[in-house]
Design a protein around this ligand. Sequence first.
Ligand SMILES: [Zn+2]
Length: 339
Amino acid sequence: MRRRKSGIARRTPLKIATAAGIALAATLAATAGATAEPDAPSPRSGADSTQHVEYFTGPAGHPRHTEVPAPDPLTTKERKAAADDGTVVPIVQNGPVGSKADVVFVGDGYTASQQGDFHADVRTKWAEVSAVEPYASYKNLFNVWAVDAHSRQSGVSGDPTSDVRKDTALGSAFYCDGIERLLCVDTNKVEAYASKAADPDLVIVLSNSTKYGGAGYNDITSPSGYDGIATASSDNEQSSQVVVHETGHSLGKLADEYVYEEYGTYTGAEPWESNISKLTAAQLTAQKKKWYRWIGQSSPDGGTRRRVRGRRLLPARPVPPDGQLDHAHPRPGVQLTRT
Ligand SMILES: [Zn+2]
């Protein structure tokens, strides 16, 4: 699908489609007809900058956030190597490019002779991701592509231990910034490969590994049009839930819904994300904002959709306690904490 190419879309309140009952579907509907805007700057890079990443320490844990060093810009040689490498292989086709959300998987840690394994892993991973709502109900809105990247060595760095180093096309590595389950990647190399696909909306790096891990680079706005990159280990089913969670941010434009008491209480302007609000249930209903249509209805995670008190994750700094944020729209892969 054609989408806005700047970060503006991420901070603009989404128009909730009248027929769609799920935020992700609303996003797809709202962005489907958007016209392209001038290209956004390249993803941040350079030795003096950092990237914000989200990760999980284990399948049952809450997401955490940290800053990791940004990769250096690609050299001419690296750019050429990526350009000369990699074939784009269709995995699932539900319609012409541009008419659907195009999911692009890029493989890392697969040698030239393992590309068949990569394609099989893409099918498996997509099956695991799309088994989760809202993907399950909207499967036919997606095309899925595999972009081959030939790594010199099989497997990825940091698997199983921190001293393991592998020469791979995208530089996937566990123990990123010393955190075992944080699976980082060179996002500039990812861009070089993902941009081979015609219209990438969602980019997932599959790192050839059985070890649990992943990462969400949700602050990236790519020149190719996608917002954010999710990484996951290819042969670990639990890692698929990392992808589901991170694409809730990058594609669904949804905020986290869990509580870190140390962040204090949000006191800023009405958030742009469609699943959180400062308004009460009565105000949402009166003003016909956000999830007002579903207040009082049963929720896919059990219980009743209603006003739920909680606190937004505030990644920057704590704010003084004063009035709470209300949010009640569950999303896939997110632990909704009700207080
Ligand atoms: Zn999150």
